[in-house]
Ligand binder design. Structure first.
Ligand code: SF4
Ligand code: MG
Length: 321
C-alpha cells in the first residue's frame, strides 16, 4: 500500500530550565499507509501526543523528517502549502468537553474550518454543509443552533468528529478520542470512525493509553515507551504474539471478558514507575522495569529492527536473529 505519512528518525526535545532537556520523542521511525489506521499506544508521558502534535505541525521537530504524500514538511513552507496541509490533516481531541468552545453554537464550531478553507462558500451552503455533517456523524440535523452543553459526552465527540471532517481531510490524528467517554459509548465512537474511514478513504493515527480498544480500529499498532518505539506489528499479530516484554505487560493488563479465563491468566506486574524523560536510563529505556533485563540492556540501546515481515521490535532478546 502507498505510504501517506512517513516519519524518519523523529526527535522532539523540550528545554527544561537552563541546561536540561526533556526527550519527549527520541528518534522514532514509522509509516502510515493510505486508508489505514495506525494505533499508537503507551502510558501517559511516553511521547505519543507529542508525535501527534508534531504531525499536525503544532510542534517543529528537533530533528528528523516527516513526509506527507511524498513531500517533506518544512518549517518554512509556502503559505499555500501550509494552508493545504492544515486542511488535509485534522485532529480529534481527547476531551469533548474542553475542546468545544461553550459560547459557540454547533453551526459556528463546525463552520470554523470552512470559513478558512472555503472562504467563498455562502452562508446558506455552509449551513447546508453543517446539517449534512451532523447527519453523517449520527446527530439530529436540526440541532445546529444548539450549544455544546446541550449534548452528552458521546454527542460532543460526534461534534468534534464533524468539525474535523468539515474540510474533507485525508489524515486525522485522534488523540485518545474515547478515553474521556463511558465504556458503553466508546464502541459507538470507534464504530463511527471506522464507518467514516471506509466511506471516505481516511487515514488515521489513533492514539491510546492502553491496548483495550485500539485492536478494534487499528490495522497495525505501534507501542511507545519513554519517547522510543518498542514494537510495531499488525494488530492480530501484536495481540497473538507480542515480542517486546513491555507489549506483553500491557496486554496482560487488559481484563478478559470471560471470568474463568480472567482468573486463570497471569498478570505481568511491572515494578516501579516510568523513569523521568529528562534523565532516561542508559541502554534500553525499559530496562529498569523489564522482567527479562540482562547485562547488555544497560550498556547498549537495542536497535529497531524488522525481526519478521512487518513486525518491528527494539529489544536485545531478538538480537541473534
Ligand atoms: Fe528488556 Fe533488555 Fe529487551 Fe529492554 S532490551 S526490553 S531491558 S530484554
Ligand atoms: Mg496525551
Amino acid at each position: 500500500r502507498e505510504p501517506l505519512v512517513e516519519v524518519e528518525n523523529l526527535t522532539k526535545y523540550f528545554k527544561v530550565g537552563k541546561k536540561q532537556k526533556l526527550r519527549a520523542v527520541d528518534g522514532i521511525s514509522f509509516t502510515i499507509h493510505k486508508g489505514e489506521t495506525l494505533g499508537l499506544v503507551g502510558e501517559s508521558g511516553c511521547g505519543k501526543s507529542t508525535v501527534g502534535r508534531t504531525l499536525l505541525q503544532l510542534y517543529q521537530p528537533t530533528s528528523g523528517v516527516v513526509k506527507f504524500a511524498g513531500k517533506i514538511l518544512e518549517s518554512q513552507q509556502s503559505k499555500a502549502g501550509e494552508k493545504q496541509y492544515h486542511q488535509d490533516v485534522q485532529m480529534i481531541f481527547q476531551d469533548p468537553y474542553s475542546s468545544l468552545n461553550p459560547r459557540m453554537t454547533v453551526l459556528e464550531i463546525i463552520s470554523e474550518g470552512l470559513l478558512i478553507h472555503q472562504p467563498n462558500m455562502n452562508k446558506e451552503d455552509r449551513r447546508t454543509r453543517v446539517t449534512e455533517l451532523l447527519e453523517l456523524v449520527g446527530l439530529d440535523r436540526n440541532h445546529a443552533n444548539r450549544y455544546p452543553h446541550e449534548f452528552s459526552g458521546g454527542q460532543r465527540q460526534r461534534i468534534g468528529i464533524a468539525r474535523a471532517l468539515a474540510v474533507e481531510p485525508k489524515f486525522i490524528v485522534a488523540d485518545e478520542p474515547i478515553a474521556a467517554l463511558d465504556v458503553s459509548i466508546q464502541a459507538q465512537i470507534v464504530n463511527l470512525l471506522k464507518q467514516l474511514q471506509d466511506e471516505r478513504d481516511l487515514t488515521y493515527l489513533f492514539i491510546a493509553h492502553d491496548l483495550s480498544m485500539v485492536k478494534h480500529i487499528s490495522d497495525r499498532i505501534a507501542v511507545m515507551y519513554l519517547g522510543q518505539m518498542m514494537e510495531l506489528a499488525e494488530s492480530e499479530e501484536l495481540y497473538e504474539e507480542p515480542l517486546h516484554p513491555y507489549t506483553a505487560a500491557l496486554l496482560s493488563a487488559i481484563p478478559l471478558p470471560d471470568p474463568v479465563l480472567e482468573r486463570k491468566r497471569e498478570r505481568i506486574i511491572l515494578k516501579g514507575d516510568v523513569p523521568n524523560p529528562i534523565n532516561p536510563p542508559s541502554g534500553c529505556p525499559f530496562r529498569t522495569r523489564c522482567p527479562q533485563a540482562m547485562g547488555v540492556c544497560a550498556e547498549k540501546t537495542p536497535i529497531w529492527q524488522e525481526v519478521k515481515p512487518n513486525h518491528f521490535v527494539a529489544c536485545h532478546l531478538y538480537n541473534e536473529q
